[in-house]
Design a protein around this ligand. Sequence first.
Ligand SMILES: Nc1ncnc2c1ncn2[C@@H]1O[C@H](COP(=O)(O)OP(=O)(O)O[C@H]2O[C@H](CO)[C@@H](O)[C@H](O)[C@H]2O)[C@@H](O)[C@H]1O
Length: 474
Amino acid sequence: MRIYHLSAECYPVAKVGGLADVVGALPKYQVKAGLDAAVALPYYNRKFTREHDFDVVFQSATLLGTRRLYFEVLKERNNTLGFELFLIKIPGLIDREEVYCYPDENEQFIAYQLAFLDWISYSQQSPDVIHCHDHHSGLVPFLLKYSKLYTRLANTPTVFTIHNGQYHGAFGWDKLAYLPEIDLSKTGLLDWSGGINPLASAVRCCSMYTTVSPSYLDELAVSSNGLESLFVMERERGVGIVNGIDTAVWNPQTDPMISAKYNVAKVAAGKKANKEALCARFNLSPDKPLISFIGRLVYEKGADVMADAIAESLESTSGQVNFVLLGAGDVDVEHKLQELKEKFPTDCNVFIGYNEELAHLVYAGADFLLMPSRVEPCGLNQLYSLRYGTLPMVRSTGGLKDTVIDFGDEGGYGIRYDQTSVADIVYAISRALVLYNNPKHLQQLRKRMMALDFSWDTATQQYIDIYKSIIPNN
Ligand SMILES: Nc1ncnc2c1ncn2[C@@H]1O[C@H](COP(=O)(O)OP(=O)(O)O[C@H]2O[C@H](CO)[C@@H](O)[C@H](O)[C@H]2O)[C@@H](O)[C@H]1O
C-alpha cells in the first residue's frame, strides 16, 4: 500500500511543534507494519537538508496564477528516517529557513500542493492513499477531485488529519486564480464565510478525516474558530485516533540528550541524576520538587496564566517548590515569565527559545510537567513525560483527558484539573507538593506511568484500518 503524507513539518527535518513529531514517526511505523509510506515536505534550508544527500527525481514547472514556477522534487538518498523523504523545492518561494510566518505563506503552501500534484500525476506509480496533515495540504482533496489537471488521480482516496483546528489557512477569493482550472460548480466546497478555507474544504472533500484524539473530535463541534457547524454536520465521517510516541527517540534508557540513562527499575536514581544536572544548569536546588513546562507560549497552551499561578504558589508555600519553564511564543507571555524569573531568582528559571536537547533533559530531570492547555488536540508532552517517569499535571481537555488518569482515581498516575485558571493550577501544585512529600507513593506512580504503552503500534493499526476502508475494492 503506497501512502504519501503531506505536511509542513517533519522531525528532524523541520520541527516547530507536535505535528513534526507525528509526521516523523507515523510513516516509520507504517513502513515497519509493511506499508510503503513516504513523506513529501516543502524544502527548507535547514541543518538536516544541508547535511544529507539528495537526488533530484523530478523537475517541472507549475503555474501559480500568471507566475510560472520551476520546481524540483528531491529524494533523500539513504532513507535515513526509515521512510522515503521527498522535498519539494521552488527557488525563491520554497527554499527558505523558517517553516511559517512569511508574508506570502498562502502562495508558498498553494504552490507546494500544486507541485506535489503535478509530480504525482506525471509519475508512473499512483498512490493508494494521500494523507494530508493540517491546512497546509488541505486543498489537495478538493483539487484531486475537481481540478481538470489531475483527472487521472481523481479517485485517489484521501485522509485528512487535524492536529490543530484553530488555524484554517483561509484566504480571499481574489486568490482563486492561484488554483488550476477547476469545476466551477464545486467552488462552494472551498468556501467558508466568504473566503477560501483549506481546512473546511479538506474536511468536506477528503474520504475520511481524523483528529488526534477522540475527545478533540467532539470539542471541534463546540469550538473550532468558526467551523463548529461544519464539524456537527460532518461528525460521522471523522475518527479520533490518539497519537503515539516514537519510542526510539523518546527512551530514557538510550536517550543521548539526557545526563543519566535509566529504566523503570532505576527510575529513582536516574531521575535524581538528571534533576541534579538540570538544576545545576538553571541554578535551582535539586532538593526541592521541580515542576516544568515545555511548549509554545500561546493562549491555547494556557501559557498566559502560568506566571500568576506560579507567583501565587511560590508566595503561599514560601518557595517550597521550584519551576523550570522552556518555551517561546507570545512576546507578552515571554516578558511576564522573564519578570517572574527576576522576582524569584532562586525558585524559578526560564529558557525563552526552542531547544530540543534541553527539552529531553527537562522531561528526564523534572518531577512534574505542567500542561494548563485551553485546547489540546492530543498533546505529546504528557506522553513523553509519562515515559520519563515525570508526573503530568494536565487540564482535563482533548487528548489530555484521553491519556491521563488522575492519581486519585483507580489506576491513575497524573494530576487533572478542570479550568485553565490560577486557582486550579495553584491547587494542582499543592497536590503535587503533597505527593512529593510521600516518596513511596510517588515512586509507585512513576513505575506505573513508565509501564504504560503509548507507542505508535496501536495508532498505526487504526490508520491502516482507515486506509483499507477507503481504498476501492479492498
Ligand atoms: N521551546 C521548546 N523547545 C524544545 N521543544 C519544544 C519547545 N516547545 C515545544 N517543544 C516540543 O514540541 C512538541 C510539542 O508537542 P505538542 O503536542 O504539545 O504540540 P503542538 O501544540 O505544537 O501540536 C499540535 O499537534 C500535536 C500532534 O498531533 C498535538 O499533540 C497537539 O495537541 C497539537 O496542538 C513536543 O515534542 C515538545 O517537546
